[in-house]
Write a protein that binds this ligand. Sequence first.
Ligand code: SAH
Length: 229
Amino acid sequence: MRVKVFTIFPEIFPGFLGYSLTGKALNDGLWSIETVNIRDYAFDRHGSVDDTPCGGGAGMVMRADVLGAAVKANYRGGRIISMSPRGKPLTQAMAGELSHEKDISVICGRFEGMDERVLEAYNVEEISIGDYILTGGEQAALIMLDAVIRLIPGVLGNKESLSEESFENMLLEYPQYTRPVDWEGRKVPEVLMSGHHQNIARWRLEKAIEITKQRRPDLYQKYLDLKKV
Ligand code: SAH
C-alpha cells in the first residue's frame, strides 16, 4: 500500500507508525508513506495556506487554490480521504476495506477545515475518527492508518488474533489473563487453565456477550442482528 499524506506538518509522519508492527511492516516494504507539504504550494511570500472564512465567523480556512495546487500536482489516483469530524465514522469494517487498497491519499485539515470546493473537485471521502474535535487531521490520519495498516496481510503475525478481536464479530473482547496464575490473591479463572477448548470458547463468548451488553448496548444490538442473518 502506498500512502500519500497532504499536510502542513510533514515531520509528524510516520510518527508512531514507525514503531512496532506498523514500523516493521514499513521497513519490510508492506506499505510506504510519502508526505506532501501543502505549504510548498502557497504563492505569497509568507507561505500562507489559510484565509478568513467567507461569510465571517471564527478561525481560518485552508485556501482552495493552495490545497488544490498541492493535490493537483501530487494526486495520482486511488482513494482520496480527508480527515474530518463531519466524515463517515471510522469502523473496523471500513479499516478492513481500506487495507486492500493500493493507493490511499489523506488530506489533513488544520484551522477550521478546508474550502469545500477542493473536496467536491476531487470527490474526496470524508472520514471521522469520532465525535470530538482535534486540532488537526494529522492525529486522525495516524490513527486511521494504524487501524488500516495492521490489517494488511502479513503485518500481524497471527491471523487468528484478528478474528477474535473486539468489533470483528460486533462483540467486545473477553477478559485476558497470563502468568502468574495467582497474582496477589487474584486467580486466573479456572476454566482457562482446564485445557478444555470447548469450555474455554464458551466461557469467552459468554464474557464477551456480557461485557458488550453492559458497556455497548448499541453494539450488542448489531451482534443480535448479525446472528439473525
Ligand atoms: N471546524 C471544524 C473542526 C476543525 S478541527 C468542525 O467543526 O467540524 C481541525 C482539523 O482537525 C479538521 O479539519 C480535521 O482535519 C481534523 N479533525 C478534528 N477532529 C477530527 C475527527 N474527530 N476526525 C477526523 N479529523 C478530525
